[in-house]
Design a protein around this ligand. Structure first.
Ligand code: 9MR
Length: 362
């Protein structure tokens, strides 16, 4: 319906009304993750691979949809420390440059992990004292290099077992940095070093399998509470949220977020994806895509309902590039909000709807 047939005096009023309606609609319904998140005061991020920035659809979608990025692999030991005596920041710096060019925040990942360490670390047969020196130097050098450019770091990634005990690792007990057999004490030490290196960065413990209420999340909670009580510099817990077999208990996730944030910590959803069974051409069933959208919405809702849950991040954004394919030998995939051609999937609108209807936060 237009204004063409109105009397001239009424025509202007009619046109103004149309303009107001247009503005109201475009104001009320943000059309990208990023516009919805900016309006809600939320960070919406994704894991990125700098080698893909040259692909136009990749970088256009990335800059349009996200206000935060995290290097999927570019800041890990394997990439940064190919050699013991030199640091290679080239790939991580590319991520920083992209983020700065597009006004995005950068989350750092990760400084202490039992995986993805360079071969020389194991073959060097270092003593605990040497391992302690190496890790301290690594944390200090990497965090100082990125100080002011990386606002939050996963200091320790996946440090606990499903039963809540400390996981065997080069940093804990093989040979460890001097705290073998002392549970989470080695983690406490890495947080102290991290805070000294960059006092302004937010320091996170990040893990998977502890998103709901179980022995692992109880242990993460107990560790975080202990660190807070002792005045150790922990700022948040990252809940990875890789969802398998379309199974998640959103009420348990919300309860876990509630108890962590009650300690005065932030929670970030750090690696969200929802894998689906796929056929040989990579296609998922429509009913699975619909269920996937519901799951994304439920997880986003659990976060946005709690003002202490400050960031939601997916582990990649296009099904064209996701760790799920190689990890599942091609049986699972289609885990992300955009398909292989960068077309939004049902999960996309479902996520925007949840962010848009989130309670106001500061
Ligand atoms: O997606 C990442 C993949 O490209 C790497 O090969 C792999 C090993 O470094 O790590 C994957 O990311 C993991 C993340 O760093 C920690 N949580 C589990 C993620 C999926 O395995």
């Amino acid at each position: 319906m237009g204004c063409a047939r109105a009397y001239p005096i009424l025509k202007l009023t009619c046109q103004l009304q149309l303009l107001v309606t247009f503005l109201a609609v475009t104001t009320v319904a943000p059309s990208t993750f990023r516009s919805a998140a900016d309006r809600a005061g939320l960070l919406v991020g994704t894991a990125v691979r700098p080698s893909l920035f040259s692909e136009a659809a990749y970088s256009q979608t990335l800059s349009r949809e996200f206000n935060m990025v995290e290097p999927e692999d570019a800041m890990k030991w394997w990439t940064v420390r190919q050699s013991k005596d030199a640091f290679d920041f080239r790939e991580g710096d590319e991520v920083i440059r992209f983020a700065q060019a597009h006004g995005q925040k950068v989350r750092g990942h990760c400084l202490v992990w039992d995986h993805n360490n360079p071969p020389w670390l194991a073959s060097g047969h270092f003593t605990s004292e040497e391992m302690s020196k190496l890790l301290h130097e690594h944390i200090a050098t990497v965090m100082k290099h990125y100080a002011g450019r990386v606002f939050a770091w996963d200091i320790v990634n996946e440090g606990l077992n499903e039963d809540g005990s400390a996981k065997d690792s080069p940093w804990y007990n093989q040979p460890g940095i001097g705290f073998a057999g002392k549970g989470t004490e080695y983690i406490a030490q890495t947080f102290r070093w991290a805070h000294q290196a960059d006092p302004k960065a937010l320091l996170f413990y990040n893990d998977n399998g502890g998103e709901e209420l179980n022995r692992k999340s109880d242990a993460i909670y107990a560790m975080a509470k202990d660190f807070k009580q002792r005045g150790l510099p922990i700022d948040g817990v990252g809940l990875q949220m890789h969802i398998f077999q379309l199974k998640v208990d959103p009420a348990a996730v919300a309860a876990n977020i509630a108890r962590l944030t009650a300690l005065g910590l932030q929670v970030h959803i750090t690696e969200l994806d929802v894998e689906l069974p796929i056929d040989t051409s990579g296609q998922a069933r429509p009913e699975d895509l619909a269920r996937q959208a519901e799951i994304y919405a439920a997880v986003v809702r659990a976060c946005v309902q709690n003002p202490g849950c400050t960031a939601i991040q997916t582990w990649g954004f296009t099904d064209k590039y996701s760790w799920i394919g190689s990890h599942s030998h091609g049986t699972q995939g289609a885990a992300l909000p955009f398909d292989r051609a960068y077309k939004p999937k049902p999960a996309y609108d479902a996520i925007i709807k949840e962010i848009t209807s989130a309670p106001a936060r500061q």
